[in-house]
Design a binder for this molecule. Structure first.
Ligand SMILES: Nc1nc2c(ncn2[C@@H]2O[C@H](COP(=O)(O)OP(=O)(O)OP(=O)(O)O)[C@@H](O)[C@H]2O)c(=O)[nH]1
Length: 425
């Protein structure tokens, strides 16, 4: 059995549309019969994902779900080509699996720092009328529109590693703290231990900075004797880089936080020296309660030299912001744990698709295929010459033959992409 915590996000990406080609004629004083002079549109920018080892969670994708690259500029007269759109580079944590949300196809598995994958290509720029001049057509009034950028919904998936482990006595306020500072609570896959539920929170400090905090419930309740807690979970927690030691400084239930600190650490080292050796900060919790000030003073006196002490109230939220910022800063200075990656992800293979398919449904003939749909999208249907050219492409690609084979007759409706027309021989 493997215990895995996943973070997931579903986002929309779109490459920039290509710029339109331009229709222009050369008109200069001493050039009476000027030829076509319309420049091409620029290509749209790609959406590029880049892996970043400094990022730990997908939480930013809950705040922003649409990613669009810049479109290409339109072509202009005097054969001026439009500028290309800028690529949109989106950073995401190393170890993220990227799937097409509709087909489930694995598109990329970004493992190493700075590794990149293009997830939505920008559209090609439309060609200007200069391209369409022939011996018979010296002044073409025809240009292509820019091709639309690729668009798709993606599913991102990341195995989470706990960066921060919470330790402390029961009722010290660990669950309250984690729920207060977390932006999200990831679901746990594949685990079956019974009494104690590990509690994981994704803490978002600011855009591009987040970390994972795991409550280690029941650790002190005889966990070193093997009671209650799943070993898988502890193995997970072994990989935390920093411990936040939560003390109840209100001294409720007759507890003494100065002693609790030592007791918890003793227990921890007995149970698991690897976890026990992690760096710690102290959270002095429940400062809103009477008696807290005096205990806080005692905790600082006893441990303040060796440990950073953060007075907080998990209930009111006071003191939590400085804590979260400091923890993030400390994590940035600690060596990263290497994420566990899927061994079976393998190289990404794209399947070849047929160039187009023709089928009939409820009396309508459908033509599907990237290439022809792109031609349709790039054709200005109000421009007679452009439509003629599209008809010629339909013939040349062999689509008309397939339509005939499928039994098309004069007057039947054909649909390609958003374009619908009546078939005529
Ligand atoms: N007044 C006050 N009460 C708090 C504060 N933090 C937690 N509590 C209360 O203390 C009790 C225990 O808090 P939990 O967050 O459940 O403690 P825990 O450490 O997760 O406890 P276990 O789940 O048993 O490990 C709850 O009744 C909380 O409402 C605080 O800052 N101030």
């Amino acid at each position: 059995m493997i215990l895995i915590f996943f973070d997931k996000a579903k986002i929309f990406v779109k490459g920039g549309d290509g710029g339109n080609g331009c229709i222009a004629m050369r008109r200069e004083k001493y050039v009476p019969e000027g030829g076509p002079w319309g420049g091409d549109g620029g290509r749209g920018g790609n959406v590029v994902f880049r892996a970043d080892e400094g990022l730990r969670t997908l939480v930013d994708f809950r705040y922003k779900r649409h990613y669009k690259a810049e479109r290409g500029r339109h072509g202009e007269g005097k054969n001026m080509h439009g500028a290309s759109g800028e690529d949109l580079v989106v950073r995401l944590p190393a170890g993220t699996l990227i799937r097409d949300a509709d087909t489930g196809e694995l598109l990329a598995d970004l493992v190493a720092h700075d590794q990149e994958a293009v997830v939505a290509r920008g559209g090609r720029g439309g060609r200007g009328n200069a391209h369409f001049a022939t011996a018979n057509r010296k002044a073409p009034k025809l240009a292509e529109k820019g091709a639309p950028g690729e668009e798709r919904w993606l599913e991102l998936e990341l195995k989470l590693l706990a960066d921060v482990g919470l330790i402390g006595f029961p009722n010290a306020g660990k669950s309250t703290l984690i729920s207060k500072v977390s932006a999200a609570k990831p679901k746990i896959a594949n685990y079956h231990f019974t009494t104690i539920t590990p509690n994981l929170g994704v803490v978002r400090v600011e855009e591009g900075r987040s970390f994972v905090m795991a409550d280690i419930p029941g650790l002190i309740e005889g966990a070193h004797a093997g009671a209650g807690l799943g070993h898988e979970f502890l193995r997970h927690v072994e990989r935390t880089r920093l411990l936040v030691h939560v003390l109840d400084v209100s001294g409720s239930e007759g507890r003494d936080p100065v002693e609790d600190f030592l007791a918890t650490n003793r227990e921890l080292i007995l149970y698991n020296p690897v976890i026990g050796a992690k760096p710690q900060v102290i959270v002095a919790n429940k400062i809103d309660l009477p008696g807290a000030a005096e205990n806080l003073r005692r905790v600082k006196e006893a441990y303040g030299e060796e440990y950073e002490v953060f007075p907080v109230s998990a209930v009111t939220g006071s003191g939590l912001e400085p804590l979260v910022y400091r923890v993030a800063a400390l994590l940035a200075g600690l060596p990263p744990e290497t994420p566990v990656l899927l061994e079976d992800a393998g190289p990404v293979v794209h399947q070849a698709e047929p160039r187009f398919t023709v089928f009939r449904q409820e009396g309508i003939f459908y033509v599907k295929g990237k290439e022809i749909e792109r031609h349709v999208a790039m054709t200005d249907m109000d421009n007679e010459e452009a439509v003629e050219r599209l008809q010629w492409i339909i013939k040349r690609m062999g689509i008309e033959d397939d339509l005939k084979a499928a039994g098309i007759k004069e007057g039947d409706t054909v649909k390609i992409g958003n374009f619908e027309f009546e078939y005529a021989e």
